[in-house]
Design a protein around this ligand. Structure first.
Ligand code: CA
Length: 223
């Protein structure tokens, strides 16, 4: 899943990017508010982490412009410690959650997972589809209870489709979530990845809807 990180402090930005990448996310990191706003306005992200004090355009203005334009990506706002007025303003402007600096990376990752889950309509960190189970805390996929060994990119693919269970995900959207904006996108990269994941999973999980995209179907019994 691709995350947009907008933070002007170079040390925090680098630490966050490293942590997020180690946690399996693809990260586009920006220091400037206006540049970050533009990326969020034109690219597809699973979530954004947004600092409020930014050069170019402040974080609240970035968030308000996204929301006014109907961009509904989940946003985690970073605020200064004790700045309760900022937090209230941020939530009123459409933030999904906030975190006061300084924070522990573990807490940031937990809050990020939570806003991503909620945006997909899942309250639990564990998502099941048929005989396959995804644990977003441990970044682990099991089939019939047996762990499936996946590369980070394969995991991201399975996680994104399972978080969007019951919806046909267009190939273009998948490609956008699997690769950073700074990399060239190969036209058949998604198909190749889907093929690799299907070979690794001992059960059928992902359906192809030719010309539309890929689907992890809802369980037959319903939920
Ligand atoms: Ca700042």
């Amino acid at each position: 899943m691709r995350i947009l990180l907008i933070e002007d402090d170079p040390r925090i930005r680098a630490d966050l990017a490293t942590t997020l990448e180690a946690a399996g996310y693809v990260v586009d990191a920006e220091a400037d508010g206006e540049e970050g706003w533009h990326l969020g306005d034109t690219e597809t992200y699973g979530a954004a982490i947004l600092d409020l004090g930014l050069p170019g355009m402040d974080g609240l203005a970035v968030l308000k412009r996204w929301r006014a334009a109907g961009r509904d990506l989940p946003v985690l706002v970073l605020t200064a410690r004790g700045a309760w007025a900022e937090r209230v303003e941020g939530i009123d402007a459409g933030a999904d959650d906030y975190l006061a600096k300084p924070f522990r990376m573990e807490e940031l990752l937990a809050r990020l997972r939570a806003i991503i889950r909620r945006s997909g309509g899942h309250a639990s960190p564990v998502i099941e589809a048929g005989r396959v189970c995804l644990d977003t805390r441990q970044m682990r996929v099991t089939a019939d209870g047996v762990p499936v060994s996946l590369s980070p990119q394969e995991y991201r693919l399975v996680a994104y489709l399972m978080l969007n269970k019951g919806r046909v995900v267009p190939q273009q959207e998948l490609a956008e979530h699997l690769q950073s904006v700074h990399f060239e996108r190969e036209s058949n990269a998604v198909e190749v990845l889907i093929g690799r994941v299907r070979r690794k999973l001992p059960v059928a999980l992902i359906e192809t809807r030719r010309g539309f995209g890929y689907l992890v179907p809802e369980d037959e019994a319903g939920e």
